[in-house]
Ligand binder design. Structure first.
Ligand code: C2E
Ligand code: MG
Ligand code: MG
Ligand code: MG
Length: 280
C-alpha cells in the first residue's frame, strides 16, 4: 500500500525522458528535505549460512518514511537519487544510519551482524572513499559493501581497480550484487575479484517451474568458485529454492522464506532462535 501511495504521488521516473518533469524536481526537493529531517531509515534483512542456517550478516535496505506518503521503497526514489547528483550524499547518510544502528545494537548487548551496504558507483569512485569509510569505523562496527554488477562496464579501469585494491587492503569485504542479471563477463569477474557474488533472484525464481534452471545456477556458481568467490543466493522464497542452494553447495542464502527486511529495533526479535550462533 505504501508503495502504491508513493507511486500515485510521484510520477514514475523515466530515465530516457530528456526533459526533467516537475514531479522529478519536486521529489528531488523532498529527498533533500528528507535527508535533513532524517526520514530515511534502514531495514535489515538477515543473511544465513546455507548449511547451518545460522545468521552470518544482514543487508541494509533503505526505506523513506515520508510523512505524507508513508513508507516508500527504494525502487520509487533511487532513480532520482542516482540521476540528480545526490548519490554520494545519500550513501554517506545511509552509512551513518547503519553505524548508529550497530552502536545501538552493541549498547543493547546484541550480537552485531556484519551489515552489507548497497553502494552506488559514484560514491565508490569519490576521491578518498576508502579513507573516509575507515575513519568512521569503530571497533564494534562491521560492514561490507554490495556493488551492482550493472554498474561495471566490461572494462575495469585502473581507477576502479585501485579503489577495489584499497578496500581489500583495508579488510572491507565487497560482494558483486545482482550477479547474472547484467552484462557480467568472466573477465569482469576476474578483474573485480569480489569476496562473494550475490546471484540475482531473477535466476532463482524459475527453479520453481523449470528444474533445468538448476544447471544454469550450477554453471554460474562454478564460474564464481573458480575465481575464488563465495556465492550467496538471494530471493529464496520456497523450500525448493533453499534445497537447490544446499545442493549447489553455495555458502549463503537470503530471502523472504528465511527473513524479511525489518526495522533495526525489530531485527534481533525477528530472528528464529535457531539462527543465533551457538554461545551467542
Ligand atoms: P538488492 O540490493 O538486490 O536488494 C534485494 C531486494 O530484494 C530488496 O528490495 C529486498 O527487499 C528484496 N528481496 C529480498 N528477498 C526477497 C525475496 O525472497 N523475494 C523477493 N521478491 N524480494 C526479495 P528493496 O529493499 O526494494 O531494494 C531494491 C534495491 O534498491 C536493492 O536491490 C538495491 O539495489 C537498492 N538499494 C536498497 N537500499 C539501498 C541503499 O541504501 N543504497 C543504494 N545505493 N541502493 C539501495
Ligand atoms: Mg544488495
Ligand atoms: Mg541483489
Ligand atoms: Mg536488485
Amino acid at each position: 500500500a505504501a508503495k502504491s501511495a508513493g507511486r500515485s504521488c510521484y510520477k514514475v521516473f523515466q530515465p530516457d525522458v530528456q526533459t526533467t518533469s516537475h514531479s522529478d524536481v519536486s521529489m528531488y526537493v523532498d529527498l533533500v528535505r528528507a535527508l535533513e529531517d532524517c526520514e530515511i531509515e534502514c531495514y535489515y534483512q538477515p543473511q544465513f549460512d546455507t548449511r547451518t542456517l545460522e545468521i552470518i550478516g544482514a543487508e541494509a535496505l533503505v526505506r523513506w518514511n515520508c510523512p505524507q506518503n508513508g513508507l516508500i521503497l527504494p525502487g520509487d526514489f533511487l532513480p532520482i537519487v542516482k540521476t540528480s547528483g545526490l548519490a554520494s550524499r545519500f550513501d554517506e547518510y545511509v552509512m551513518n544510519v547503519v553505524l548508529k544502528d550497530q552502536t545501538r545494537w552493541a549498547n543493547a548487548g546484541l550480537e552485531i551482524p556484519t551489515v552489507a551496504l548497497n553502494i552506488s558507483f559514484d560514491h565508490l569512485m569519490q576521491p578518498g572513499f576508502v579513507d573516509q569509510v575507515q575513519s568512521k569505523l569503530q571497533p564494534h562496527h562491521a560492514i561490507s559493501f554490495e556493488l551492482l554488477e550493472t554498474a561495471f562496464l566490461d572494462d575495469i579501469t585502473e581507477d576502479i581497480a585501485a579503489v577495489l585494491a584499497q578496500m581489500r587492503a583495508a579488510g572491507i569485504p565487497f560482494d558483486l550484487d545482482d550477479f547474472g542479471s547484467g552484462h557480467s563477463s568472466v573477465v569482469a569477474l576476474q578483474a573485480i575479484k569480489p569476496h562473494r557474488v550475490k546471484v540475482d533472484r531473477q535466476l532463482v525464481a524459475p527453479l520453481e517451474t523449470n528444474p533445468a534452471q538448476f544447471h544454469i545456477l550450477e554453471a554460474l556458481t562454478c564460474v564464481a568458485s573458480l575465481q575464488g568467490c563465495g556465492v550467496l543466493i538471494e530471493g529464496i522464497e520456497t523450500q525448493t529454492q533453499l534445497q537447490a542452494a544446499v545442493d549447489l553447495g553455495c555458502e549463503a542464502v537470503q530471502g523472504f522464506l528465511l527473513g524479511r527486511p525489518v526495522p533495526a529495533d525489530e531485527f534481533a526479535a525477528s530472528l528464529p532462535a535457531s539462527a543465533l550462533r551457538a554461545g551467542a
